[in-house]
Design a protein around this ligand. Structure first.
Ligand code: ZN
Ligand code: ZN
Length: 338
């Protein structure tokens, strides 16, 4: 079968490899769609730990074509989305209800073979069923959605809250929609690209600001003078990190979601955090949120088609991951059947 294999840092190739066989607790799926993610670019560049040679792709959905002898939760023909993060279930973090912090976490498409392939094998526990008629392209959004849901859980957004979303990529545009569903009444998205600001307003943002036009924090405080209840940092750059702390009200929460390269430092003033009781918290991966993401996709509550820039065959994936995102690109989805 065809698979996009990371052989070592900066070497990613479409290869022909044997089809996977299920163990007793495994399911094999024919991958129908797999999203290309910023994390794939970090893995390609050697900036995020992987286990080469390995097939990338952690945002996948597909049709079950074979099941192991002990599998009872899914059947051949089911459409499933895979939670890529396999927690051990027995380490102190897992036993404390924090599977995303598992000491032995193994991720599909990172440490073991993922979804940029015709077929994929995973433990049945990672598979979440979707209605069979669900658009597989929508199903491929379950993983990033599940991560966004965790950020909303950490933020504890309440009906009537104001939220500043810093970064207008696919994550920021999913956050806009989720914040609206959570009941936020002021939703401010900050991004440099005008088409993304326009799209954010269509998707439920009440305000869209250009951080290059004027100071982003000043613009946010012109809308919510006391500061936003919650800031969601969704760009993973020093500017948005600093803005997230500066744009929330006293007692507000700044949630760090974007990935900055390991080793990169940003200066903060502890005095500000102290006297304003600002809650600065990270939201990492998708602990126990994948089922809710699948339910959201199944319900067709979210606008996802407008986030898809291109749908490509596997053969185009290596070049896309090896290059920086194109201007205006939001989400590219690979479909092995193309
Ligand atoms: Zn991802
Ligand atoms: Zn564990």
């Amino acid at each position: 079968m065809q698979a996009v294999r990371l052989l070592r840092a900066n070497q990613l190739e479409l290869q022909d490899i044997p089809e996977p066989e299920p163990g007793p607790e495994d399911v094999v799926i024919a991958v129908e769609a797999c999203g290309i993610c910023g994390s794939d670019r970090h893995m390609y560049a050697g900036e995020y730990p992987t286990n080469p040679p390995v097939t990338l792709g952690h945002e996948f959905a597909g049709r079950v074509i074979a099941t192991g002898s002990q599998v009872q939760r899914v059947q051949t023909g089911d459409l499933v989305t895979g939670d890529p993060n396999i927690a051990c279930g027995t380490c102190p973090q897992c036993r404390n209800g924090r599977p995303n912090l598992c000491a032995n976490l193994t991720a599909i498409g990172v440490q073991r073979d993922g979804g940029f392939a015709q077929y994929l094998v995973m433990p049945q526990a990672q598979a979440h069923k979707l209605p069979r008629h669900t658009d597989p392209v929508h199903a491929a959004f379950c993983e990033p959605l599940a991560c966004c849901l965790h950020a909303l859980d950490v933020a504890s957004i309440r009906p009537g809250d104001s939220v500043a979303i810093l970064g207008g990529g696919v994550i920021g545009l999913l956050m806009v929609q989720l914040c609206r569903l959570a009941g936020a009444t002021t939703i401010i998205l900050s991004t440099r690209q005008k088409p993304r600001r326009d799209l954010a307003l269509q998707l439920g943002a009440t305000h869209a600001i250009d951080p290059q036009a004027r100071d982003a924090v000043g613009q946010i405080k012109a809308i919510v003078p006391q500061g936003a209840d919650v800031a969601l940092e969704c760009a993973g750059v020093p500017d948005t990190f600093s803005q997230s702390i500066a744009s929330v009200r006293r007692g507000g929460a700044a949630i760090i979601f974007g990935v900055m390269p390991q080793g990169q430092a940003v200066s903060i003033e502890p005095f500000d955090l102290l006297v304003n009781e600002i809650r600065l918290e990270g939201a990492y991966l998708n602990p126990l949120t994948h089922a809710r993401a699948a339910a959201l996709v199944a319900s067709r509550t979210l606008a996802l088609d407008s986030l898809v820039s291109r749908i490509v065959p596997l053969a185009e994936v290596p070049a896309i991951i090896a290059s920086a995102p194109a201007q205006g690109e939001i989400k590219i989805i690979a479909r092995p059947s193309l």
